[in-house]
Design a protein around this ligand. Sequence first.
Ligand SMILES: *Cc1c(COP(=O)(O)O)cnc(C)c1O
Length: 365
Amino acid sequence: MKIPFVTLQNQHKMLQEPFLEKVKKALDDSSFILGKEVEEFEAAYGQFSGTTYCLGVGNGTDALKICLQALDIHVEDEVILPANTFVATAIAVSLTGAKPIIADVDAQSFNLSAKNIQQQLSPSTKAIIPVHLYGNPSPMHEILQLAKENSLHVIEDNAQAQGAQVDGKTTGSFGTINATSFYPSKNIGALGDAGAITTNNVELYNKARLLRNLGSENKYVHEIVGNNSRLDTLQAAFLSLKLPLLHGWNTERRKIAKRYAENLSGCTNIILPQTAGNSVFHLYVIRSNERNELQNFLHSEGVQTLIHYPLPIHLQPAFSYLGYGKGDFPVAETLCDEVLSLPLYIGMTDDEIDYVCEKIMQFYK
Ligand SMILES: *Cc1c(COP(=O)(O)O)cnc(C)c1O
């Protein structure tokens, strides 16, 4: 059996006709940048997230950067983020001129905890970026409490967790202003690059609006120096077609995760994800002491897996200027050596899940 790590084909098959209609409409209207389709998607995604405001932008990295810029975070400021995340979280901070401050992660959730953050606080700390890694929400109550005590902003990086909830409240609605990505393989993805910002704060929303469009609200008048990071009309139209399906897709992801967990519960050589039950499983990530050998074996049996992520932020060449070294964040470093992401996609069959599990157990026989 051949099992890809991810395929979007099952998801897109049923949407082909509506997608093509949207392309035709864009051609008929000659509308390609911002416009009515973008406003409609923003309203729908804001409602989905439980926030008053939503702003479509070019991608998730820009969404994070614009959140930081809207909060006026700049050179000499420090922003705390987890050692184990996709590099864009840290790059967005660097691009504002502020300093990314890395914190180790919790060994169970792989996310930041208040304790991890506490250790990195300084008089220059201005904000915290919790990442809901693999779709598993960070402990938002304790993080918000710590932020409040220290007058810090919280920016959620919700790129991997659209639709996840903590105590009935949707991720992307906890922080002062929050970012998400609609990169094609996220839980809801565009057919290209796209991202969004969510907030309940009207001033930050208005500032972010300027920051995404060269500082301009009225054509050819530019209030501030801003980015060019607008959401394409077509991408917004595609996303509007997908959004009503997202809760169902997240349910399917949870079912796949449940079957993995049931099948693999007897395999004592690996550690299964421990997610308190509310993850939307952007990824299903196991841990193994023999990760590389297991990955090679699965590959030889037709099962494609990936590693998220092989290098923690503090050991990335791009961040050597921060002066961190090996051993600084031991939990994140151990995770990088042991994590393995199993195939997970909409339309994955029970037979496919069972085959992956069978092969993992065969490796340990
Ligand atoms: C995908 C992702 C981003 C960046 O999103 P892009 O749209 O690719 O710029 C940021 N943070 C995390 C955690 C991500 O997974």
